[in-house]
Design a binder for this molecule. Structure first.
Ligand code: AHR
Length: 502
């Protein structure tokens, strides 16, 4: 019997809704085909955005969307994507698959998509191959209200009103595809570029995000923070609101990553073990951040995370298309619980990527669409958005094979905006169900409603069988005073919405 202890009266921090953010890049079929088909497409659309996809995404309450990359961001010149579509530059997307990029999806289209989704905007600017002026003018183009060359140009292109840019990334992976820089060099460039990223609304609305580390590159974090903090007033917080971190779950290694659909027990547990490394990264990068920012004014922004497998056979290797199984759902459950648990420092996280690329929540083929197992995890976790993290802890045992040992269960608990207590538990075991007794301190349980995603680890949805994996209601809980008892099946993600009396 595993015991889960919940202290409904002990609040540990605010869970930003942005912990369930998404990422969309001009990569493969994420933007084109996946999200945007153009106004003249036979696929039902509103102003070019796929109706089916937007509807499905609205269901999971996407809080924020990052765009245009990724590596694409440091090659993107925003002026190529504005004005009449016929005159927009056509070019080759050299980084991703060598296909023609016709720039028909640009700033106006991204803002339209976010409006339809009802989400915040996270724009990633170009430091690698762009100028300070170009970045500065993009921000002016999007957000300046009043008379200015860029505001006038925006109006000429059909949008007199400014948009809101909620987050602005100053470069992406500048240690790699964004310019192969050293951290002190980037740190100094960051100081310079961000100076001209103006918050025209003067209400700290636009939050600036500096490029952070690749996985366990702690030196990058330390050096960027040292450079951005040196000789600057403390209250400037290194001129940033956030510092990013990228970490992907790659089951084998970067050369041969492993297949999305073919894996044995060893590789399953190895995948989960690698996912759990996320917690070490949060703690260690967090400890470095604490040295400069003990009051946690700078958010850790994990703006790329998820599984990365070998591309599906027969697809363009530069398109990063992969299927998504119950293994991915377990990976998502673990990560989202970790982000909740560390919400004092982690302020945003964006799964890579939204549609048709890496660990997507949606896959499309022509006019068909499927929701992946990962989609349903986001659906079940949405009650944590803007909730208060509650103190909780679960008894675990070690499971797995050989060197690949992991805890059997992962959990997080919050007090939702709806006044209910939301418990999410992931069972990492491929073979064992576990009886769980959840004890709520000093509270009598009034009611509990449950939903679950479960299935054999390889189970996935296809265009012919789109509902093999989907969430179902879970009503096998028994309540006694302050305790809820249930059995969580192997390979499953469970959400309980609990009402208590004080
Ligand atoms: O998400 C795919 C790529 O992964 C992004 O373009 C890049 O930032 C990262 O390396």
């Amino acid at each position: 019997m595993a015991k889960l202890y919940v202290n409904p009266k002990v609040k540990k921090g605010h869970i930003n809704k942005e912990l369930q953010g998404h990422f969309s890049e001009h990569l493969g079929r994420c933007i084109y085909e996946g999200l945007y088909v153009g106004e003249n497409s036979e696929i039902p659309n509103v102003n070019g955005m796929r109706k089916d996809v937007v509807e499905a995404l609205k269901e999971i309450q996407v809080p924020v969307l990052r765009w245009p990359g990724g590596c694409f961001a440091d090659e993107y010149h925003w002026r190529d994507g504005i004005g009449p579509k016929e005159t927009r530059k056509k070019m080759i997307n050299t980084h991703w698959g060598g296909v023609v990029e016709d720039n028909s999806f640009g700033t106006h289209e991204f803002m339209e998509l976010c409006e339809q989704l009802g989400c915040e905007t996270y724009i990633n600017g170009n430091v690698g191959s762009g100028t300070v002026q170009e970045m500065s003018e993009w921000v002016e183009y999007m957000t300046f209200e009043g008379v200015s060359p860029m505001a006038d140009l925006r109006a000429k292109n059909g949008h007199p009103d400014p948009w809101s840019v909620d987050f602005f990334g100053v470069g992406n992976e500048n240690w790699g595809c964004g310019g192969n820089m050293n951290p002190d060099y980037y740190g100094n460039l960051y100081r310079r570029y961000q100076t001209y990223v103006r918050d025209y609304k003067h209400d700290s609305h636009l939050k600036k995000i500096a490029c952070g580390a690749n996985a366990g590159d702690f030196n990058w974090t330390a050096e960027v923070l040292r450079t951005t903090h040196s000789n600057a007033p403390k209250e400037f917080h290194g001129f940033m609101n956030g510092l990013s971190l990228h970490y992907y779950t790659v089951p084998l290694d970067w050369k041969v990553k492993g297949k999305a659909l073919e894996f044995d027990e060893d590789l399953y547990y190895q995948t989960l073990k690698k996912t759990l490394y996320m917690e070490t990264l949060i703690k260690q990068h967090g400890a470095i951040m604490d040295q400069y920012d003990p009051d946690k004014n700078i958010g850790m922004i994990i703006d790329e995370w998820g599984t990365w497998y070998d591309v599906e056979d027969g697809t363009n290797p530069g398109f990063l298309y992969q299927q998504n199984t119950m293994r991915d759902a377990v990976v998502a459950g673990i990560n989202l619980n970790l982000f909740n648990k560390h919400c004092d420092r982690v302020k945003m996280a964006n799964i890579a990527q939204m549609v048709n690329v890496l660990q997507s929540v949606i896959l499309t083929e022509g006019d068909k669409m499927v929701k992946t197992p990962t989609y349903y995890v986001f659906d079940m976790y949405k009650a944590h958005q803007d909730a208060e993290l509650l103190e909780s802890s679960i008894e675990t045992v070690e499971i797995g094979t050989g060197e690949n040992k992991v805890p059997n269960l992962s959990e997080s608990v919050s007090l939702g905006k709806d006044g209910k207590i939301h418990v999410t538990i992931t069972n990492l075991s491929m073979s064992e169900d576990y009886a769980v007794e959840s004890v709520f301190a000093e509270s009598a349980i009034e009611s509990v409603a449950g939903e679950i995603l479960t299935g054999e680890v390889h189970a996935h949805n296809t265009f012919d069988a789109p509902e093999t994996v989907k969430k179902e209601s879970f009503d096998s809980c028994s309540i006694k005073d302050n305790t809820i008892s249930f059995t969580i099946p192997k390979n499953s993600i469970l959400h309980l919405a609990v009402t208590v009396r004080d």
